[in-house]
Design a protein around this ligand. Sequence first.
Ligand code: ATP
Ligand code: MG
Length: 369
Amino acid sequence: MTLNELRLESYRNYLDCSFTFDPGVNLILGDNAQGKTNLLEAIAYLGSGKSFRAQRTAELIRFGCSCAQLEGKVFSQEREQSLRWVLFSGNKQRQLWRSGVKKKTSGDIAGVLPTVLFCPEDLMVLKAGSSQRRRLADSVLCQLRPNYDAALTEYNRILEQKGRILKDRFENPILLDLLPEYNARLCRVGAVLISYRARFFEALGRQAGEYHHRFSGGSEDFQLEYKTVSTVTDPQASIDRLEENLREHLESHSRAELESAQCLTGPHKDDFEISLSGTPLKAYGSQGQTRTAAISLKLAQRELMKREFGEEPVLLLDDVLSELDPGRQDFVLNQIDSGQVFITCCEPGRFTKIGKTIRIDNGQLKNDN
Ligand code: ATP
Ligand code: MG
């Protein structure tokens, strides 16, 4: 799929800006703080309804404005389609149109414009805290499986409500009567999440292992292990069995949850671990090994999406190529010789030769584009 045109109105530091893109490589050039990452964020948001860096929708709206608009023309699923989002700063629900037809949720546009983002923080994700790894996995799974996206939203909502009960019950003990109901729902939806994740991590590990093998000249054996709640012995078991496992773990931690006033157990603590020839990367991997494994994971995410949708997802490389040594740059560039790619960087350097260059200056296109 390709994003051919994009118009941003009152989005981040863009007042009103229209872009035309190349179906291959688009190089986004500009000094710091001019709007390069904002543009990649807008592309990702257009296709997924999610921002990779904002906590709240209001952050996406230009300072002082009450709404923002993103509109894109996409060639996908063998036809021209358009996507349009309108975001509001207050409580008003955001609005979405697909080819002029109003839609309710981002699940209604799944597969129209899938994106994979790769940024410098991803290079160290295997050494970082588990929340960054969950985010990495969720960003792909939510686009691949709209039902997973819906389950994750539901899970997080129940979790937040349960968290509030645990905190507020000191003042209002009657709230504790609600806890069993919340726990039951958490176990049910949590089991759905684990089931999706188990299958996803298996496919991701296999694919990333292939890239890593090619990358490292076959010298290291790459293994990905999904880590979830300890009572889950087989994450690929039935939803009923997983639900039972989660209930068991919750029951054994219920006292600790009450004492700490925190939700201590469930798939919101999930993680995954990479080992190279049996040695865990997080504790022992060198910087080079960690980067190579992270690149393999990213390429694998892209490959899984391609397999699912039958087309290359749009790849967003935010400042990442300039972070890599020439050998790794070449490996990445050789693997992505097809599909649409957006590459941001400050210095033109060696990439200027490979596609259309778009220069950005303070939320505007520079005249020589
Ligand atoms: P770098 O090279 O440093 O990564 P960049 O070109 O990627 O820079 P962005 O992160 O895209 O820069 O843009 C940052 C600019 O956008 C900042 O100056 C920030 O103040 C501005 N900005 C972010 N959100 C908004 C908003 N809601 N309204 C107006 N401006 C915003
Ligand atoms: Mg940036």
